[in-house]
Design a protein around this ligand. Structure first.
Ligand code: ACM
Ligand code: ZN
Length: 548
């Protein structure tokens, strides 16, 4: 027994010290599911062409995307050529049928004469292109021409497809508002990491950030709060009577359409979040008649807790209002999922409200937890009638889950496990591994954050499926994983990038790369290459964890 322990100990040390192989040093994040290196290299030059079947629109679209990127940094023309007319020295796209690769998988073959990307469709081509770009020197990401670079690619064969179908990243644009142009940058960042879901937290106590034409006060009132940016988030003076609400902003429906299109071009589905029944003070400041007390309210200037004013569940007009809001949201976002929050609902007002209590009686509910369940079930029924799926934070389990709801498990993994066991789909996003508002190093030397401790290595250790806790059938309900960036302490785009990068690289590998290929030493090596690309792109990032 003792001897075997010593053996394991020595083996661990030996493996830890083992030099990385050339494959493990391939500068691609997330690491592909299968890589074989071969002899030689391919050099991009002024004669290199981009080849595809001219009749295939999907190939053409991605060929165009690649061409734009390559031309900008290399200055070479990269002319398009129909695939039948190629004579080598080209990057070609080839549509194939390969069930295992699925919608998002691809094969990338680099040999001395040409480069080939093969996929079932355009998402696969897009990810093949992302991988190809990462293998090139970091200067390839420059938006302007860079001279004197050897644009060389090592010969290899990659066969790659993702581990999970939900690879999500969230962003809170309420606690601080971020302009449309930065949302596009955020989507560019996600695309580079092969993240395919953008969870957009659009409404909360401190602001309402999406134009709803039927209810203009949601943005004329709800998008603005009294400016307390100079005070700590949790110790802000309440608004004074008549004080102007000067901090905020919102996205017009035209902005949203533009962003949805931008995301689509990057194979990212946006999941909009409209919070209910709680985290709704900005909506209630605009339309206090949908609260239990009737108000009046101010849009919250900071985080005082608890905030007890939430949507009244006893008032049918609340549901009409929410359905009308959702109608406009549904029209804007083509994805299947609508996130309706559901977290941290303080039920104090429901306990006192005659309408809420009457609802509990008439619906034969046991308590306020079941009233929240009634709320969610009613909203889910509406969403289903519109062809959408409801997703909510794990509190929606309390009082009984809506029949087809998907659960986003944030208070650890147990909510997700419980939901999967009862046959519901789950996205895992436990605070301990996935909350990018936490510190990533010593609070003494890091910029102020909300608390917690989530260094790069810990993000890298995240596995969305808890070992041995689910049967094969239940396991299929885990759609994937996601990280969240709440922005109480994140006031600017540059700071958002700092909190996101490079932790997003670790998350990307958690949800894309087969677990048996994950290797922190290899990841660190590759992340140090990746940050050179961030620099070329002008993206800020945290350097704290890059040495060990
Ligand atoms: C949450 O962090 N309240 C979902
Ligand atoms: Zn009420």
């Amino acid at each position: 027994m003792k001897r075997s322990l010593i053996f394991i100990f020595l083996l661990t040390i030996l493996l830890g010290c083992a030099r990385l192989t050339e494959v493990q040093k391939l500068p691609v994040v997330p690491f592909p599911s299968n890589v074989e290196t071969t002899e030689g290299s391919f050099l991009l030059n002024a004669q290199t062409q981009i080849a595809y079947h001219f009749e295939n629109k999907e190939e053409g679209r991605i060929a165009n995307y690649l061409g734009e990127k390559l031309r900008a940094s290399t200055g070479f023309p990269f002319q398009f050529v129909n695939i039948e007319d190629t004579k080598g020295n080209c990057i070609s796209f080839n549509h194939i049928k390969d069930e295992q690769l699925g919608k998002e998988g691809y094969e990338l073959t680099i040999n001395p004469n040409n480069v080939m990307i093969e996929a079932n469709g355009d998402a696969g081509f897009f990810y093949g292109v992302q991988t190809l770009l990462q293998i090139l020197p970091p200067e390839i990401f420059s938006p302007t021409k860079v001279n004197g670079v050897n644009w060389s690619l090592p010969c290899l064969h990659i066969r790659d497809y993702p581990k999970y179908k939900w690879r999500g990243m969230h962003f809170d644009v309420v606690r601080h508002f971020f302009p449309k142009e930065f949302i596009k940058t955020y989507l560019d960042i996600l695309a580079m990491h092969k993240i395919n879901v953008f969870h957009w937290h659009l409404t909360d106590d401190q602001g309402w950030r999406i134009e709803i034409k039927k209810y203009p006060k949601l943005t004329s009132v709800g998008a603005w709060r009294v400016d307390r940016e100079y005070q700590d988030w949790t110790h802000r003076d309440p608004p004074k009577p008549g004080e102007k609400a000067a901090y905020g902003g919102y996205y017009t429906q035209e902005d949203i359409k533009e962003i949805v299109e931008y995301a689509k071009e990057r194979f990212i589905t946006i999941v909009p979040e409209i919070e209910m029944p709680a985290h709704s003070l900005a909506a209630l400041a605009s339309y206090p008649q949908f609260s239990c007390t009737g108000g009046p309210f101010n849009v919250a200037v900071g985080s005082y807790w608890p905030i007890t004013n939430i949507f009244c569940a006893g008032n049918d007009s609340t549901f009409i209002f929410l359905q009308n809001v959702l109608d406009e949201v549904i029209k804007l976002f083509p994805g299947r999922y609508i996130h309706v929050g559901g977290d941290e609902a303080n039920k104090t007002e429901w306990e006192k409200c005659p309408k809420c209590q009457a609802r509990i009686k008439s619906e034969h509910l046991k308590d306020e937890a079941e009233l929240q369940s009634y709320f969610m079930k009613r909203i889910e029924k509406y969403l289903i009638s519109k062809g959408k799926k409801l997703i909510g934070w794990d509190e929606i389990l309390e009082g009984g889950l809506a029949p087809e709801a998907t659960v986003m498990s944030w208070r650890g993994m147990n909510g997700g496990i419980e939901a999967a066991r009862s046959g519901h789909d789950v996205v895992m996003t436990p605070t301990d591994y996935c909350y990018f508002d936490y510190y990533q190093g010593d609070p003494e030397t890091e910029p102020p954050a909300i608390g917690g401790n989530l260094p790069l290595k810990k993000v890298y250790s995240f596995e969305p499926i808890p070992e041995d806790s689910l049967t094969e059938e239940q396991y299929k309900h885990i759609l994937g994983g996601q990280a969240n960036l709440w922005t109480e302490y994140v006031p600017t785009p540059s700071h958002a990038e700092y909190m996101l990068l490079p932790r997003l690289a670790a998350l990307a590998e958690d949800v894309w790369t087969p677990s048996e290929l994950k290797n922190y030493k290899s990841f660190l090596f590759r992340v140090n290459e990746l940050v050179k690309k961030y620099e070329t792109l002008g993206w800020n990032y945290c350097k704290t964890n890059l040495d060990d």
